[in-house]
Each structure stands twice: as structure tokens, then as C-alpha cells.
Design a protein around this ligand. Structure first.
Ligand code: MG
Length: 252
């Protein structure tokens, strides 16, 4: 069942969203060659404490596997759900930071791809197109559109650039839980899928590969990597559907 949020709930989600945006922006500023992903995770933990909210990701459980950090940090061919480690990012890397909090009972979730130092042109194009895919998806989040409109907008933009759209992970409803109904795929057909309504709050999160769309999970039980070893990019926002169109809650 898709829970529609009241204006009071959306106001709470604005607060959670702003916190996510603020922390992600701070982390992005701290990314440079030589920084470890566990350092970024510690910085995120400190800001969570300072801002009086709770991590959405730490101890998140899927079956028997438990996510051990507040931040997902995925490098290059890692697509999503990378576990922070004493591993430094290098000049030329693409670093994906995915981060979420719960504040006053409501969740916010967002992700960015950060270019570390000097990044090659092909990777910069992937980063730019993936960001455009997110924007194209967000533009479709208006009352009485359908989720297939969002999926097709994302997929068409990525595929016209020659990229692979990851199908194994999708966006989601968000609110009093991190993951709620409905699923929001980054692929689909215009006019198909659930109808979008004012009061829905959705996380749209295209994961786009420079090569094929296939991914696999590594032995740590979390990290998704591309099957062909090519690089991947990921952007995500939490968005409220309002009578005036989409409102991005995780923007500064
Ligand atoms: Mg998400």
C-alpha cells in the first residue's frame, strides 16, 4: 500500500531531507585523493550526532546481513552499497556516496557521485548523464503521471547516451520507513505502472553503467559491482509530489 503524506508529514520530511543534503554536501567537500571511505563515514557519524538525528543505514538488515556503517561508499565499478573501509580514494576515481537519516520519525535518502581529483572525460560524461537521468525522472513526478513515465524518462536518456541501466536496484517510496511502497524502477514504459499522486514521497535513484547493465554482489554480502568491470554512477533525491509539481526534499 502506498502511504500518502500529509502537509505536516512532508514538513517533517523537509527537515530530514535538509539534514541529508547538508551532510552529503559536507562529505563531498572533504573528498580528495588520499581520503579513506571510513574517514568519510566517521565524519558522517559525527554530523549525525551533532544534528540530533539517527542513521537510516547503520544496522539496516536484509535477511541475515547487517549494514555496518552510516554511509555507503562505492568506488568506480562498485555500483551501490559499498562498505566504508580503510581504503583511500585515488586521483581519477568516481566515488558514490549514498546517505540517509531518520529525524523525528521520518526518513530522507540521497546519493551523489563525486569526481576525485582529475577524472577522465568518459567518466565525467557518465557522471553528467546520470545526473541528467535523475533530473529527467524528477520532472515526471507530477500528480496523475505514472511510474512508467519516470522509468522511461530515465532509461531513454541513459540508453541514448549508450549506457546500461541497472535493473537489480530501484528507487522507492520513503516516509516513516526508509523503503516503502512503491518501487520506482529506472526503466519502464510511459503510461504504464502505478499512478503518481500528490502526497507521495519517492526516492528516485538511477544507477547507470558505462557498459552493460549487469551487476553482481561481492563476497561481503553488500557491495554491488558491474559484471563487466566498467564504471558506474549514481544520483538520488527524495522528492515529494505536490500540487505544484515535484519538490526535492534533499536539496540544500
Ligand atoms: Mg534509496
Amino acid at each position: 500500500m502506498i502511504e500518502l503524506k500529509s502537509p505536516v508529514e512532508i514538513e517533517k520530511m523537509r527537515t530530514a531531507g535538509k539534514i541529508v543534503a547538508e551532510i552529503l554536501a559536507s562529505l563531498t567537500e572533504q573528498v580528495k585523493p588520499g581520503v579513506t571511505t571510513s574517514y568519510l563515514n566517521r565524519q558522517a557519524e559525527k554530523m549525525i550526532v551533532k544534528l540530533g538525528c539517527r542513521s537510516a543505514f547503520k544496522n539496516y538488515r536484509v535477511g541475515t546481513v547487517v549494514f555496518p556503517a552510516v554511509l555507503c561508499a562505492s568506488i568506480n565499478e562498485e555500483v551501490v552499497h559499498g562498505i566504508p573501509a580503510e581504503r583511500a580514494v585515488c586521483d581519477g576515481d568516481l566515488l558514490k556516496l549514498d546517505f540517509g537519516v531518520e529525524a523525528d520519525g521520518y526518513y530522507g535518502d540521497a546519493a551523489v557521485t563525486v569526481a576525485v581529483g582529475d577524472v577522465d572525460e568518459d567518466s565525467m560524461r557518465l557522471l553528467r548523464v546520470t545526473k541528467e537521468c535523475l533530473d529527467a525522472g524528477i520532472r515526471k513526478l507530477t500528480d496523475s503521471n505514472r511510474l512508467g513515465d519516470v522509468g522511461e524518462a530515465v532509461q531513454a536518456h541513459a540508453e541514448s547516451a549508450g549506457y546500461g541501466v541497472v535493473k537489480d536496484f530501484v528507487g522507492h517510496g520513503i516516509g516513516r520507513a526508509l523503503h516503502e511502497d512503491p518501487q520506482v524502477p529506472n526503466f519502464g514504459k510511459t503510461g504504464r505502472g502505478r499512478r503518481i499522486k500528490t502526497g507521495m514521497v519517492l526516492a528516485v535513484e538511477p544507477m547507470i553503467n558505462i557498459g552493460g547493465p549487469g551487476v553482481r554482489i561481492t563476497d561481503d554480502g553488500w557491495t554491488a559491482v558491474t559484471l563487466d568491470g566498467g564504471r558506474s554512477a549514481h544520483f538520488e533525491h527524495t522528492i515529494a509530489v505536490t500540487d505544484n509539481g515535484p519538490e526535492v526534499l534533499t536539496a540544500l
